[in-house]
Write a protein that binds this ligand. Structure first.
Ligand code: NAD
Ligand code: LMR
Length: 480
């Protein structure tokens, strides 16, 4: 026990790869707190500069807390360490819970930060400027909710609403695990699982998980036309992985013939039953199915470009994994933007913008880029005729769906790479870059950032394929 909190786990990796601590306050249920990567705190130095005040407070506090001989020894040791480390900068991550202030102290090995709890921080800290503490706390609280959500079904501070979410293609390879992950998301109050057939079984199975979302299965086979209608009625978010996957030797474009019609039909139903929903299109070829969805919604008079997303999160997930592996970095701390589209050369990871920065040779950049572009094909080949990526895609789809819900719920600073209607690159109407998400969907489309000569060549090289795929989708939807 430390102050008001019992520490159940420190610095564990969450399902989302973030660094978390699990604390329990008195008899309360455990709560998960993320420790944000250092670079996400815009003013760690200001906190460092206040170390004297913090050290003083820590000593005063721990003095009060001392219990027994053993405890006193520990404290002495701690004070020694504090003195020893006096010359090196120490960084504290603050977290305000009600009026209590918790400080996570980072140490040099970053493995087991000390945690200090100051009850009634407002009174204790009157002499310290509140602004940097409050600002960092707000940032910290923002990231808490996302990790906590996949972790537990306890509400976190900025969860205010529940949402209706539908998965179309829910009995499939992606649909089933994606449904499972959305069932674990506490922002979801109703989860509707729709497929042509097989959904009652999937829904019954998933519904036994003890999280709050109510699950219902709908299928064409059991419910006829009403199945889709009822699944979509007034939904806030629709995730669409319906359609056929690739077999070895096929391109994503080879799926167009079958999947174009499936996506068109499902999006028409969305337009009729949940015109204000955010749509997450997973079905391939994404470079064409998103334009198909846009044109279909336009024809129905309900197109809102801010609410239509092609899910390219799997490319980002792969780029992060491959980069972290190559450079021996902690995967959870890695970020790599991926721009363009979602097929072969149209997938362009920007390793020059990867963080944390690690030196990469030209050959390494080329190999990492190619592996990211061919990630889907690597899985298709390994599955040898039994489909394409399903589990990693379900994870990526749930991650992106969660980002949409958090933004809808008012969380600020939600940024994801996604394929949307965009004018970032002249000549293509749809393009993936980093996008800030808000309550109404797309809030701001970010540019590509400065590109290296290698990346610029990659961008130039994808243009004709991307243009053709977009046009093919638009033509199909227009019946041209
Ligand atoms: P799957 O065959 O395992 O599942 C697809 C499901 O869609 C099936 O259950 C099927 O019955 C259902 N379906 C077909 N037509 C439907 C309709 N009209 N309405 C409702 N459901 C319908 O395939 P999968 O592995 O889950 O892949 C699904 C799609 O996702 C494929 O097109 C695949 O290429 C794509 N995909 C995209 C990404 C990405 O990064 N965007 C990643 C992986 C896979
Ligand atoms: C992927 O990237 O894994 C998906 O687009 C599926 C595929 O066909 O490669």
């Amino acid at each position: 026990p430390l102050g008001l909190f019992e520490v159940l786990a420190r610095n564990r990796q969450s399902a989302l790869g973030r660094c978390v601590c699990i604390l329990r306050e008195r008899e309360q249920p455990p709560r998960v707190f993320t420790i944000p990567p250092r670079q996400r705190l815009s003013s760690p130095n200001r906190l460092v500069s206040r170390r004297r005040n913090f050290t003083h407070l820590i000593n005063t506090h721990t003095h009060k807390e001392r219990e027994g001989k053993k405890e006193r020894k520990k404290e002495k040791h701690k004070t020694k360490l504090v003195k020893k480390k006096h010359a090196t900068p120490r960084v504290f991550f603050p977290l305000l819970c009600g009026s209590d202030l918790t400080l996570f102290e980072s140490n040099s090995d970053q493995k087991s930060p000390h945690i200090f709890v100051f009850p009634d921080a407002k009174q204790t800290l009157t002499s310290i400027t509140e602004t940097p503490i409050m600002a960092s706390s707000r940032r910290l609280l923002k990231s808490i909710s996302s990790s906590a959500r996949l972790f537990s079904n306890h509400h976190t501070q900025n969860q205010t609403r529940g949402y209706k979410v539908a998965v179309l293609g829910a009995a499939g390879g992606i649909g089933q695990p994606c449904g499972l992950l959305m069932k674990m998301n506490p922002l979801v109050t109703e989860l509707r699982l729709y497929d042509i057939a097989g959904t009652p079984g999937v829904a019954a199975d998933v519904s036994h998980i003890n999280t709050k979302a109510q699950v219902k299965g709908y299928s064409q086979a059991d419910d006829g036309e009403d199945g889709l209608k009822n699944a979509l009625k007034d939904c806030d978010l629709v995730i669409i992985p319906a359609g056929v996957p690739r077999k070895p030797g096929m391109t994503r474009d080879d799926l167009f013939k079958i999947n174009a019609g499936i996506v068109k039909g499902l999006v028409e139903a969305c337009a009729e039953n949940c015109p204000k929903a955010m749509l997450n299109i997973i079905s391939n070829p994404v470079n064409s199915t998103v334009p198909i969805a846009a044109e279909t919604l336009k024809q129905k008079g309900v197109y809102d470009k801010k609410k239509l997303f092609g899910v390219t999160t799997l490319d980002v997930v792969r780029a992060k994994t491959f980069y972290a592996e190559k450079k021996g970095l902690e995967t959870a701390k890695v970020d790599v933007p991926v721009i363009g589209g979602h097929a072969g050369v149209t997938i362009l990871p920007l390793f020059s913008q990867a963080t944390p920065k690690a030196a990469l040779t030209d050959d390494e950049i080329d190999a990492l880029t190619k592996r990211t572009q061919d990630g889907g094909t690597e899985v298709v080949a390994a599955k040898a005729g039994k489909g394409s990526a399903t589990l990693s895609m379900a994870y990526a789809g749930a991650l992106f769906g969660d980002a949409c819900l958090r933004a809808k719920n008012g969380e600020a600073g939600v940024v994801e790479c996604t394929y949307v209607e965009s004018d970032v690159v002249p000549g293509v109407e749809f393009f993936a870059t980093k996008v800030s998400l808000g309550r109404e969907g797309v809030e701001k489309i970010h540019g590509t950032g400065a590109l290296t000569a290698y990346e610029q060549a990659g961008l130039d090289g994808m243009m004709s394929e991307l243009k053709d795929s977009i046009q093919k989708g638009l033509d199909f939807a227009k019946g041209a």
